[in-house]
Design a protein around this ligand. Structure first.
Ligand code: AMP
Length: 477
């Protein structure tokens, strides 16, 4: 997962991109970066950690120019290190190019091996670099033609932004796995430079547009390429879109997107609340209170309480100064993180039959600790309800899920998982129930992590290595 933001034709491009990245911080906290074109050269700043750590005012001042793109990274392909932080910047016959990318390319391994045979030298272990190499090998007078040619060879998930000498180009893969929103900043939003009435901007989620006061123009369509060049916007379509089946990632709605965003045309908060209602119908239970596992369980717990009539209580309090536990790459840190992150409200829980609502179980380690914690706080019964189906298959399109053998639902059935997490009962949602909460046709969503139905085949090499390119290790990492 990653967050991307870009803006074209704005005198404060870097500052606004920085703000956009703040709104997209939840999509990745491993590294962040920003590139701007100042009229003569590409300026870039990238660093490990969160947005607030990487861009002090003097750095932002140096990132001059009227167009910029930025990225928050959560590594799914490649490793967690500075060389893989985005934007990736290269020099080509078409001038310098900077790219930011959200998603996973299913055939990146094969393409990379072929390019290496042909002499390409890669600088990073990230799949994104493949796109730049394909472009550099096929320069065109109009850089958009070169990008479209490169993308015609790529299969898999990408929502990307390319910064060139005269444009910001946005592209979404023909399957539409990941979201990408186009916005417009007018003089009523953040201050515009002289002689400009509006600036085009692009973001992974609408919450970034809200922050800037930008108007949502719309979601890029699957296979759409939007070129923002010196104040004008041009739209093109990738040719292979005709063969692709719409495959919007339903997990964006379950977990990843911010609840105040609108994804694939649906408000995330409402979808999540509805998931809670459906869950309560599918997996009813007698209890005294419903408590979310904050934050991702909040809206489904509201829906569950609404549907079941069981009172909603905040039985667990989250410490917001700890990052998402799951994102920490080391097991010991992850374990520690759960305890540091959540604390039960003993007075609410003591002697009660508690329904805990969470969005998903991946390895099961978090749920087990939380159930135990709630029981130790005095709960009489702990019933766990999950507002998504069992996660049984790894994602090859951009969500960081572990390999299959680490997914508890791939190894155990529901009763066995219930015993493992030590709950009195456990209930998941059905895939159909979940899809009924989304406004699009059910077949237009990717449900591979629950059903194993991968719409875009992953190359054997990529699947085996989890799309990890086996190179580059930093001495200090
Ligand atoms: P686990 O302990 O592995 O079962 O982790 C489950 C928790 O991780 C749930 O509370 C989810 O909110 C969260 N989660 C699910 N998927 C992801 C993901 N791809 N990245 C980070 N956190 C996740």
């Amino acid at each position: 997962m990653c967050g991307i933001f870009g803006i074209e034709s704005h005198s404060d491009a870097a500052n606004l991109t920085y703000l956009g990245l703040y709104a997209l911080q939840h999509r990745g906290q491993e590294s962040a970066g920003l590139a701007s074109w100042d009229g003569r050269q590409m300026r870039v700043e990238r660093g490990m950690g969160e947005v607030r750590e990487i861009f002090p005012p003097r750095v932002l001042t140096a990132l001059q120019g009227e167009r910029a793109i930025g990225h928050t990274r959560y590594s799914t392909a490649g490793r967690s290190m500075i060389a893989d932080a985005q934007p990736v910047v290269v020099m080509t016959a078409m001038g310098p190019l900077a790219i930011v990318h959200n998603g996973n390319l299913a055939n990146a391994m094969d393409l990379r091996h072929r390019l290496e045979q042909e002499g390409s030298i890669f600088q990073t272990s990230s799949d994104t670099e493949v796109i730049l190499h394909l472009m550099a090998k096929n320069p065109r007078e109009d850089v958009v033609d070169s990008l479209m040619l490169a993308l015609s060879q790529i299969r898999g998930a990408y929502s990307l932004l390319l910064l060139t000498r005269d444009a910001v180009i946005a592209a979404r893969d023909p399957w539409g796995f990941r979201p990408l929103i186009e916005g417009e900043l007018t003089s009523e939003g953040a201050g515009l430079g002289q002689n400009r009435s509006s600036a085009a901007c692009f973001a992974s989620e609408t919450c970034a547009l809200d922050l800037l006061g930008a108007r949502k123009v719309g979601e890029l369509q699957p296979g759409e390429v939007v070129v923002a060049r010196e104040g004008n916007v041009e739209r093109r379509k990738l040719r292979n879109v005709a063969e692709a089946q719409a495959s919007r990632c339903a997990f964006e709605h379950v977990y990843f997107a911010r609840p105040d965003s609108e994804i694939f045309g649906d408000p995330v908060s409402e979808v999540r609340t509805e998931m809670g209602r459906v869950l309560a119908r599918e997996q009813p239970v007698e209890a005294d209170l419903v408590s979310p596992v904050p934050d991702s369980g909040l809206f489904p717990a509201l829906g569950f309480a609404d549907q079941s009539g069981i009172p909603f209580e905040m039985g667990l309090i989250r410490n917001h100064y700890v990052g998402r536990t799951f994102i920490q790459p080391k097991q010991e840190i992850r374990d520690f993180g759960v305890r540091v992150k959540l604390n039960p409200v003993r007075r609410l829980i003591e002697g009660q039959r508690v329904v805990l609502v969470d969005d998903s179980i991946v390895r099961g380690t978090t749920s087990r600790k939380i159930v135990r914690m709630v029981r130790e706080a005095g709960a009489r019964e702990v019933h766990l309800r999950i507002s998504s189906p069992p996660t049984q298959w790894p994602c090859h399109y951009g969500i960081d899920t572990p390999r299959r053998k680490e997914l508890i639902a791939a190894q155990k059935d529901v009763d066995e998982i219930c015993a493992y997490v030590e709950a009195d009962s456990l209930g998941y949602m059905t895939v159909d129930g979940m899809l009924s909460c989304l406004s699009g046709p059910p077949e237009s969503y990717c449900t591979a992590c629950w059903s194993g139905g991968y719409r875009v085949p992953v190359s054997a090499a990529g699947a085996k290595q989890g799309n990890l390119f086996p190179i580059l290790t930093e001495a200090k990492s």
